[in-house]
Each structure stands twice: as C-alpha cells, then as structure tokens.
Design a protein around this ligand. Sequence first.
Ligand code: OAD
Length: 245
Amino acid sequence: MLEEIANIARNCQRCVVLTGAGISAESGVPTFRGKDGLWGKFKPEELATMDAFLANPKVVWEWYNWRRQIIGEVKPNPGHYALCELEEMFTNFTLVTQNVDGLHRVAGSRNILELHGNINLNKCVECSQKYPDDLEINPDDIPGCPNCGGQIRPDVVWFGEMLDATIISQAFDKSAKADLFFSIGTSTLVHPAASLPLEAKRSGATLVEINIEATPLTTLADFHIAELSGVFLPNLLERIKSISA
Ligand code: OAD
C-alpha cells in the first residue's frame, strides 16, 4: 500500500490533511477517546462547555492549566515533521487540525487551519477579545477582561459552540478541491471536522486514513493504514522522495 499511495501522491497537486489527537499521541499528549482517553476519565460536559465554565470556572481553568502543562513539556514527533516536508511536495497543501496543542506549528508546518483553537491562547468570555499566550491564569483569581470586565477563558472551541466561520469554510473549500485527502489520528466522530473527508471523497479525492483503529471513515477510505502515524508518515515521505529522485 505504501508504494501505491506514494505513486498516487506523486501525481496529485492539491492535498488536504486532517489531523486529530492521534498524531500527537506519540509525543505524549493524551487522546480523547479509546483506552486511556481523556473522555474516559473526565466528563466533557463538566469541563468543555460554556455552561461548565459559567458554573465552575475554577475547575475548568485547573483542567486547562493541567493540559497546558502537559503540552508545554512535549515536542513534535516524526509524524508532525513528515507533514512539514510533505507540504513542500504539493502545489496546494492545507493542514487542517482539530488539535489545540500547536505542535504542527512548532514542527514548522505553515499552511495550518486550527479548527478548534489553540490551548495556549485566551479570550474574553463576553466580548471574545483575544489575549496573548503568556497570560497565566490563576484559577482562584481569574482576571477580568480590560475591555468589558468579562472573565478570561481559553481560546478553544467547546462542545455546543460554533467554529470560526472563515476557518471552517476554508477547510470545506480546500477539501472539495483536493485530489488527495489524508485523515490522520482522528476518530472522525466530531462534526463538522468529520465531514471534511466525506466532502473530499464526494468530490473525487483519493481518501487515505492513517489510524491504528477502524473508524466510521474506514469503509469509505480508499486506503486504511493501521499503523502509528509517526512511523508510517516518515516512510511514506521517503518513498515519495525516492520516486521523484
Ligand atoms: P480522539 O481521541 O477521538 O481520536 C484519536 C484517534 O487517534 C483514535 O481513533 C485512535 O485510534 C487514533 N490514534 C491514536 N494514536 C495513534 C497513532 N499513534 N497513530 C495513528 N492513530 C492514532 O481524537 P480526535 O478525533 O482528535 O474536540 O477528537 C476530535 C475532537 O473531540 C477533539 O478535537 C476534541 C474532542 O472532544 C473538542 O474539544 C471540541
């Protein structure tokens, strides 16, 4: 399958990659679902919704500070780095990520659409004014927005919230025009992100799924690679390079 996908990639111009928590798993960032997933230990409705924040902002901030600490200590893995190099091989390349960890940026990817925000940034719960990433939040003394006095929250998308309209519309547009689409390390259970590979497939793209487990996308995908993304992606990159050499 490696050979076949590398040959297809060589002949494609427009590539979209969708990543989820699985691509960062080998860096040491916990995924949400499955064995050891965060949603097996914590309740999303108590931590990742506006209602939860309004009811108990201290608990929500403690949880986000804990995740920030984990993310602050990890580094990109070979999967992230392979995607940076893959970006240079296509006329048009878009990396759409559901991850809030910022590791694609740290690795050096350039054309990134962060669908669910960035855990290191803050914004006001009332007026949505953005605040910089070096603003540390003490859960016992959450600062008020200088603009309007509203509480400061992490700049991530919570359950029940709309995604940034411009970002999601760009993601759909690129997916519809893609001739090659990779879905990597995502359970494809959360929409609208999970609709992007369907859009690409409907529009004629070759769909490649890289996931150690089967997902709702697996039967639709042209290829399902049940390998660690940090192992398969560097191999694929080398194979593509050797074809073009
Ligand atoms: P999930 O935790 O739902 O899924 C992670 C997927 O990665 C699973 O299907 C695993 O099988 C796969 N996986 C794990 N390690 C892997 C590896 N090394 N290589 C390849 N695959 C691997 O995470 P997401 O799909 O990203 O949203 O979750 C989507 C959204 O749900 C998240 O952005 C978050 C969450 O609740 C919000 O917070 C709004």
